[in-house]
Design a protein around this ligand. Structure first.
Ligand SMILES: C[S@@+](CC[C@H](N)C(=O)[O-])C[C@H]1O[C@@H](n2cnc3c(N)ncnc32)[C@H](O)[C@@H]1O
Length: 197
């Protein structure tokens, strides 16, 4: 089974993909270097061949059409500058019948998002400042990306408009702030229908 992780970061998810043919994509060469050490280290111990590493953004994936059975995006979707373009590139590289899974920030609706933004920009910032003892801690970026993130319904519609079917997307836990989305490329994608007589 061929699996692609888009925005693999340091490889903390990809290292646990056991028995699969894995490709790790990330725009950051530093992240890819760390991922390579970590993922290939774990794969070698399991007697598996090394993963493939690709330096690129989701919006321009330099990989062939109809290649992957599954694509994962874990906490990288919110960083895509052009989310519709990123989704259409993922759709292109999935095989017909292939599945996309995204885990990322979550806003059940506009009201939930409003309280989430308040929480992210107040309590989370105070806690991060106290714990890290740094003025410019990384949770500032998290609050910014959460603030500009859309609702689950918005991204479900975006996935459908790109062509995904069986689209689902909801909060992982009630009142939580992360969501999981799933969608499938239709089995018939790219199959030309015979003309009707
Ligand atoms: C928070 S890390 C997630 C890492 C990993 N998936 C995990 O769950 O541990 C987000 C990653 O997304 C990458 N990223 C940022 N913009 C991206 C884009 N447009 N396309 C793909 N990856 C992107 C970043 O370089 C970073 O490594």
């Amino acid at each position: 089974m061929k699996v692609l992780e888009v925005g693999c970061g340091p490889g903390s998810f990809a290292e646990d993909l056991v028995g699969l043919d894995v490709t790790c994509l990330d725009p950051s060469p530093e992240m890819l270097a760390t991922a390579k050490r970590r993922v290939d280290g774990a794969r070698k111990e399991r007697g598996e061949k090394p993963a493939v590493y690709v330096e690129a953004i989701a919006e321009a994936i330099p990989l062939p059409d109809n290649t992957y059975d599954m694509v994962f995006c874990l906490f990288s979707f919110r960083d895509f500058r052009d989310k519709a373009k990123g989704l259409s590139e993922i759709y292109r590289v999935l095989k017909p019948g292939g599945q996309l899974v995204i885990c990322d920030a979550g806003k059940a609706n506009k009201l939930h998002g409003f309280f989430g933004v308040l929480w992210m920009n107040s309590v989370v910032q105070i806690m991060a400042r106290v714990i890290t003892k740094e003025k410019n801690h990384p949770w500032k970026g998290l609050a910014k990306s959460y603030t500009h993130y859309g609702t689950n319904g918005y991204y479900r519609d975006m996935m459908r408009s790109v062509g995904f079917e069986e689209v689902k997307g909801r909060l992982l836990y009630p009142f939580g702030m992360s969501s999981r989305f799933k969608g499938r490329k239709p089995q018939t994608a790219g199959v030309e229908l015979a003309p009707l007589d």
